[in-house]
Every structure is written in structure tokens, then in C-alpha cells.
Design a protein around this ligand. Structure first.
Ligand code: DLZ
Length: 172
């Protein structure tokens, strides 16, 4: 009975950043681009801090991390493409926060950014990581940007490291 309760408690209090990332390769030789949306900047700055802290925790060098800002999440794919075209990076992390409003705008922005980032992953030979929160309200976003559900930025950073390392491993 206690076992079932513990499983249930675990399911109801899951922290998104508690997942076991397994072995994370060193990021010391990896160059990262980060493109961050200024819309809902209170949230996106927290995601950015999560990404940078996690990259550094895995030995990324300061001068191997470049950060570019775009106005909103809809601009993330093009901002990421600019980095891919004009900078020399191994992985690009896209950070944004789309909060549902009263109109279908939310749906269109989410579709645009999701399809845009998916397309970039297939068009370029480097990973573009989807670090975009899509939430019903600001509270849900705060909970996923360093709150009770962890920081989505941490996960995005781990994904970028792993995918860049995989690419290097494959090209050898
Ligand atoms: C216009 C808009 C709205 C209503 N909501 C958001 C949002 O919740 N999160 C976000 O990142 N951006 C939002 N935007 C701005 C769009 O992403 C985009 O910047 C504008 O439509 C201009 O292309």
C-alpha cells in the first residue's frame, strides 16, 4: 500500500528537471547558440539562466556560448537560422514562452514555432533544441522556469549537449 502511495506521490509531484539525464558528455569543446524570445521575458530570462548554468555545469566555456534575442517566439526559427548561417556553432537552443490568451493566436504561434524549429533540425546538420513553454497561464510557466516543476532550460541544455556530442561521434 505504501509502495502504491509513493508511486502516486511521485506521479503527482513530478519535477520535469528530475528526469535522469544519464551520462552527460563534456561540453568543453562544444559551441552553443542560444536564441531567446523577449516576449514574456520574466519567464524566458529564467529559462536562459537555467540553460547557461547547466551548460557551464558540464564545462561549456563562456566564449563558446552566444546569446541572441528576438521579439517573440514566432521569430525563434528565423533567429536560430541566422545563428546557424552567420555563427560557427554546434547546437542551437531556442527559448520562448507562449501563454494562452482569449484568441487562437496561441495556437498559430505554437504551430509556427514548432514547425519552424522542426524544419531547421531537418535542414541543417546540427541540433536545434525546442525550449519553448506553451502554457495555459503565467503561473504554469513560472512553475516550469525554476519553480516546482524545475527549469525547462536545464533540460534544453542537456539535450543540446547530448545531440551535439552524438553528431560529433557520428561524423568520426
Ligand atoms: C503577439 C504575441 C502574443 C499574443 N503572445 C505571445 C506569447 O505569449 N509569447 C510569445 O513569445 N510571443 C507572443 N506574441 C508575439 C509573437 O511571437 C510575434 O513576436 C509577433 O506576432 C510578431 O511576429
Amino acid at each position: 500500500m505504501r509502495f502504491i502511495f509513493l508511486i502516486f506521490k511521485r506521479m503527482t509531484t513530478v519535477n520535469l528537471s528530475d528526469y535522469d539525464p544519464g551520462r552527460v558528455p563534456s561540453a568543453s569543446e562544444i559551441r552553443f547558440g542560444i536564441v531567446v524570445s523577449d516576449w514574456n521575458s520574466e519567464i524566458t530570462m529564467k529559462l536562459l539562466i537555467g540553460v547557461i548554468n547547466t551548460l557551464k555545469k558540464h564545462d561549456a566555456a563562456d566564449n563558446n556560448i552566444i546569446v541572441k534575442h528576438v521579439p517573440g517566439s514566432f521569430e525563434l526559427p528565423l533567429g536560430a537560422q541566422f545563428i546557424a548561417e552567420y555563427d560557427d556553432v554546434d547546437a542551437i537552443i531556442c527559448l520562448g514562452c507562449v501563454i494562452q490568451g482569449e484568441t487562437p493566436h496561441f495556437t498559430y504561434i505554437c504551430q509556427g514555432v514548432t514547425q519552424g524549429i522542426t524544419q531547421l533540425n531537418l535542414d541543417y546538420n546540427i541540433p536545434f533544441v525546442f525550449g519553448v513553454l506553451t502554457t495555459a497561464n503565467k503561473q504554469q510557466a513560472l512553475e516550469r522556469a525554476g519553480g516546482k516543476h524545475g527549469n525547462k532550460g536545464d533540460e534544453a541544455a542537456i539535450t543540446a549537449i547530448k545531440m551535439a556530442a552524438l553528431q560529433r561521434q557520428m561524423e568520426k
